[in-house]
Write a protein that binds this ligand. Structure first.
Ligand code: CO
Ligand code: ZN
Length: 331
């Protein structure tokens, strides 16, 4: 069940570069259901499910396991931790958040108001772990340890779910379900649960080079344009998954983009067209490897991306799974 898979994946701890808990969870879910599984030097989990056709194409489908976090840069004498962002951490989104380290130490992320009256910056973030002084703090965490927004999944209305790490665990859940439920599909699925996307598509870059697929697809969240004050991109929650036309990292290969649109039509699933004025996905890493690979992105509309309350609509998830099942058979 997509919903249960998602719930399990959302609770795994995994900032960029430390995705091993997420990978272990996925390995367990897929064990015995795929033809091969391996982990590469960057921690990418690469899973193959062979196609039934004699001329099966190898389609790399990527979903990133990492999410944004904070890394300890200094421990102050009063016991507070200074931190630096790992990926796109927003200042506004960081005010007074519950965070957790891998060893279970919990704390409150705060933004210090700069004295000059200037707007706060990353250097003004700190974490309060309840330590009385530096010595006590050093007994709890070390320089270089990472923290993430603490897991906190909740239902919003009938169809929506909010949680930290929805970017991109919702796509990991989709890819797990695709690998579990596609049977005798025409093409070979090379599922890549990628690492370090949030710091620059690093895992997918080496995975795509190594795999050298015939075709590539990234699964990721995209932004929204349907809340007060936010009108771009023209993407709404609950109106179906979005087929990316372009973002700042790539222009989707027309053949892949159109194949996604055709798969959606054949599966009778409504989709949206996405033009995102910022951001990027693993799709770019696949498209720009070697001498170039045809690639595209299927997106899950997500509100409040990179906050502790990233919200998606499960109807878009269900639709995306149907489009993917059709896509790997049709193209
Ligand atoms: Co992201
Ligand atoms: Zn993402």
């Amino acid at each position: 069940m997509l919903r249960n898979t998602l719930k399990t994946l959302l609770s795994a701890w995994g900032p960029s570069g430390s995705e091993h808990q997420v990978a272990a969870t996925i390995r367990e879910m897929l064990n015995g259901h795929v033809d091969s599984m391996r982990t590469d030097a960057l921690g990418n989990l690469i899973v193959e499910k062979y196609g039934s056709d004699d001329n099966a194409r190898r389609i790399m489908i990527s979903a990133h396991m990492d999410h944004i976090g904070l890394v300890v840069t200094a421990i102050e004498k009063e016991g507070y931790l200074r931190v630096m962002n790992v990926g796109g951490v927003g200042i506004k989104e960081s005010q007074t958040r519950h965070v957790v380290f891998e060893n279970g130490v919990e704390g409150v992320l705060r933004v210090e108001e700069p004295e000059s009256g200037a707007s706060p910056a990353i250097k003004d973030l700190f974490i309060d772990i309840g330590a009385a002084d530096a010595e006590e703090a050093r007994g709890m965490v070390q320089l270089g340890d990472m923290a993430v927004y603490a897991p906190d999944m909740f239902q919003v209305g009938k169809h929506r779910i909010a949680s930290p790490a929805m970017d991109d665990r919702c796509a990991c859940a989709l890819l797990v379900e695709l690998l579990l439920y596609s049977e005798n599909q025409k093409n070979t699925i090379v599922g890549v649960f990628s690492t370090q996307e949030e710091v620059g598509l690093r895992g997918a870059t080496v995975a795509a080079f190594g795999i050298n697929p015939d075709l590539g697809l990234a699964l990721d969240v995209t932004a929204w344009g349907d809340t007060p004050g936010t009108k771009l991109p023209d993407v709404k929650l609950g109106k179906g998954p979005a087929v990316k036309i372009m973002d700042r990292s790539m222009i989707a290969t027309p053949m892949v983009r159109d194949a996604l649109l055709e798969a959606a039509a054949a599966a009778d699933i409504p989709v949206q067209r996405e033009v995102l004025p910022f951001g990027g996905t693993d799709g770019a890493a696949i498209q720009h490897t070697r001498a170039g690979i045809p690639a595209g992105t299927l997106s899950i509309p997500c509100r409040y991306v990179h906050s502790a309350c990233e919200m998606i609509d499960m109807r878009d998830m269900d639709g995306a799974l149907q489009v993917l099942l059709q896509f790997v058979n049709q193209i």
